[in-house]
Ligand binder design. Structure first.
Ligand SMILES: Cc1cc2nc3c(=O)[nH]c(=O)nc-3n(C[C@H](O)[C@H](O)[C@H](O)COP(=O)(O)OP(=O)(O)OC[C@H]3O[C@@H](n4cnc5c(N)ncnc54)[C@H](O)[C@@H]3O)c2cc1C
Length: 456
């Protein structure tokens, strides 16, 4: 006898697949980067082409299901319950087309930065990717995208020139500054709330080489390193992006041999200029006498692995905040909370300098035009079980308390918890995002990682 499963009628319309809880690869397919996310959608759809996405959206709408679009699952925790929801996972949309002369790239929505950045580098070009080659272009770009060149060129979302998507009515659309500009505006910051994106086009920038690298100091020197970095950053030009981190590396193969298993205070830099100018800019940090110093003139491909982010899924607890500034007393409080004498097991406490182009709305910018504050904080603790999660949470809470006086806002791509997304936008932007949502998705079919409901 033929058994009919609930999604057979959808499967029959697809070149790709529908994966349900009864399939052997269900757990592999529904797994997210943060292994503390336990995604339980009704089914996962893996489209191979735009028509598959159209079929999935029409199917969901006609049966009263919601649709959560996803590319790599790097920001899955905020999604929350996926009851009565199809997870439309675009991982198989893997086209990459580079038009070097036009400085323009078009990618399928499942493409990760690791597939784009090295190829661009060979052509003397750089994209505005972030710290991890494993992150998807789609979610990164739709939520903002703050990377190594951000102080010079701003958020990646505002270098996006066109977006192809399937909206709630099942229509494939291509939107840009002149075609459905309101939707184009909302998508650039509104993440997955407006449709399933199938492809993105964006501008890339000429760059043969830059002065970049990392200085490692013993963890015990965290206080003087962070003080020096915090005093230095206000003097740096927009051509320099600098981060300072407290890193407690696991003894894992993805960590470069010399630092594997060690704990460090580190300062990163990426400078769009000459070696001699770059050396002058980072001199106050170098004068502290790093134990290891990798700064050199490098091609932009070197920025991909520079932050040593984990390439594989792991369970973690995290916190984040954008800070107005971090005065000397703030550095002291941060070091007391999570520095070498605190007993902190946090794998990462990362400060990134903001400002420059991140502080200015560029002409034609989308809903996420800028980031507030002058410093971004992101911290995480690995949490393979509940006791380690509770320990990490305790240190993250202490860190939150230490920086609370300087809280300027949040950057949703870094927020790994369910949140009220209205807090991520000013009142006018939030109202406009809701109006555009009401126009294109009045029944609230699409569930972005940070939810934007339609206007009433
Ligand atoms: C290790 C690590 C390093 C990071 N480094 C940086 C960094 O340097 N700079 C920075 O700015 N951010 C960084 N992030 C945050 C990152 O930008 C977000 O996690 C981003 O949402 C990831 O996008 P994704 O497509 O990989 O993930 P996903 O979880 O697949 O996507 C996140 C959300 O984007 C939307 N989305 C994704 N694909 C689609 C689609 N096809 N159609 C419609 N909506 C879609 C959905 O709302 C989805 O829930 C980092 C995250 C991690 C885990």
């Amino acid at each position: 006898m033929l058994t009919v499963t609930p999604y057979d009628d959808l499967s029959a319309q697809l070149t790709g697949r529908v994966v349900t809880p009864s399939d052997p690869d269900w757990d592999a397919v529904r797994g997210a980067f943060n292994m503390r996310a336990d995604l339980r959608p009704s089914a996962v759809v893996l489209p191979r082409e735009v028509e598959d996405v159209v079929a999935a959206v029409n199917y969901a709408r006609s049966r009263g299901l919601r649709v959560a679009p996803q590319a790599t699952g790097h920001n899955a925790l905020p999604l929350g319950s996926l009851d009565d929801t199809l997870l439309v996972d675009v991982r198989e949309l893997q086209d990459v087309a580079i038009d070097a002369a036009a400085q323009r790239v078009r990618v399928g929505a499942g493409v990760k930065w690791e597939l784009v950045a090295p190829r661009l580098s060979e052509l003397g070009l750089a994209a505005l990717h972030g710290s991890s080659p494993d992150v998807g272009v789609a979610g990164y770009s739709l939520g903002g995208g703050m990377g190594w060149l951000a102080r010079k060129y701003g958020l990646q979302t505002n270098s996006v020139t066109a977006i192809e998507l399937v909206t709630a009515d099942g229509e494939p659309r291509r939107v840009d500054a002149t075609h459905e500009p309101d939707l184009f505006w909302a998508l650039r910051g509104g993440n997955g709330n407006y449709g399933v994106v199938t492809a993105l086009e964006f501008t890339v920038y000429p760059l043969e080489e830059l002065y970049a690298g990392v200085m490692f100091f013993p963890f015990e020197r965290a206080s003087e390193v962070l003080h020096t970095w915090a005093e230095l950053t206000p003097t740096l030009p927009d051509e320099m992006m600098s981060w300072a981190s407290l890193l407690q590396f696991p003894d894992a193969p993805f960590v470069p041999e010399p630092v594997r298993g060690g704990s460090f205070a580190v300062v990163y830099g990426a400078y769009l200029g000459s070696e001699s100018d770059g050396r002058g800019l980072v001199r106050p940090v170098r004068d502290l006498g790093p134990a290891m110093d990798t700064f050199a003139m490098v091609p932009p491909a070197a920025l991909g692995p520079m932050a040593m982010d984990p390439p594989d899924p792991l369970p973690f607890e995290s916190t984040t905040a954008m800070l107005t500034d971090l005065p000397s007393g703030g550095v002291d409080d941060l070091v007391a909370a999570v520095g070498p004498e605190s007993g902190s097991p946090l794998a990462l406490v990362e400060l990134r300098q903001l400002g420059g182009a991140l502080a200015h709305r560029s002409p034609g910018a989308g809903a996420r035009a800028t980031l507030p504050g002058t410093i971004s904080l992101l911290a995480l603790g690995v949490a393979p079980d509940e006791p380690s999660a509770a320990t990490a949470r305790g240190y993250l809470d202490a860190l939150d308390r230490a920086v609370r006086p300087y809280h300027a806002g949040d950057y949703p791509n870094f927020v790994e918890r369910q949140s009220d997304a209205s807090a991520f936008f000013d009142a006018d932007t939030w109202a406009r995002l809701r109006e555009v949502k009401a126009l294109y998705d009045p029944s609230d079919v699409f569930k972005g990682n940070h939810h934007i409901p339609p206007a009433d």
